[in-house]
Design a protein around this ligand. Sequence first.
Ligand code: AMP
Ligand code: FE
Ligand code: FE
Ligand code: ZN
Length: 291
Amino acid sequence: MRIDLHTHSNASDGTQEPAEVVASAAAAGLDVVALTDHDTSAGWAEAIAAGERLGVRVLPGVEVSCLQRGISVHLLSYLHDPAHPALAALLEGSRTSRLTRARSMVERLGADTGLTWEDVLAQVHGDATVGRPHIADALVAKGLVPDRDEAFATLLSGRSRYFVPHSAPDPVEAVRLVREAGGVPVLAHPAASKRGSCIADTDIDEMVEAGLLGLEVDHRDHSADERAHLRDVARGLDLLVTGSSDYHGAGKKNLIGEHLTAPDVLEAVLAAARPPAEPQSRAGGRHVPGA
Ligand code: AMP
Ligand code: FE
Ligand code: FE
Ligand code: ZN
């Protein structure tokens, strides 16, 4: 069984349609793929339908943007109820704040580069969750940088004078809400130090008290030492260990299926998810093929 539990579509900052992500998963020989767009479940229905056609089991998820004392923290949630009011409101708040923030960054960039909001909107698919990758794509389209990587290394870096943060929930609060919504919370790339500061192990303890169930350990942004350390942390706290690609289509070098999650871990994720109350659940809303 080949299982990849972290991918993005153009419902956020990936470059492929949700169905194309699932087709890429099939082409890579994956049996299971989780679609985990930033702060939105908009791609779920299309991905699940494609999975049924292509014989790939699609695990619906979201990557929840969080901020812990100014440090960006990403929390994966699997199989939560997307209609849970508090969780849905939290995600909508982040999407709105991301829009405001992107406009501010474009205003700052525009003064020096001529970049406009329309340039950025041309890169955003429908009402996708907007992020710096869309600004990067607009800079590429204008010929100001060669690719997303270069944009992130220069104009869009967290240290750039054009950078503006967006507001996001505290990770402990997010973990609590994901559990309340019946989801399975797994901390994404906890030691990806190349992206900026990371939270401390003591912060992970607090998240575990709130209901965190796993750590994403095998990820290209973690060194061998960081993976070994995270495995120790997970063992000590009795947490699940996942491995995933964080695939973004052509938007990043990450290849779908480049890191995998063990079948017994997937079983534990499925077992930890709480199904929604039946009468209220909408037809097909949370159906996981084969579950
Ligand atoms: P944001 O959430 O808007 O601050 O932007 C961060 C997002 O940009 C992350 O989700 C990454 O997937 C993406 N990202 C970060 N660095 C790069 C890079 N060098 N190339 C492409 N995408 C990146
Ligand atoms: Fe991303
Ligand atoms: Fe992430
Ligand atoms: Zn991601």
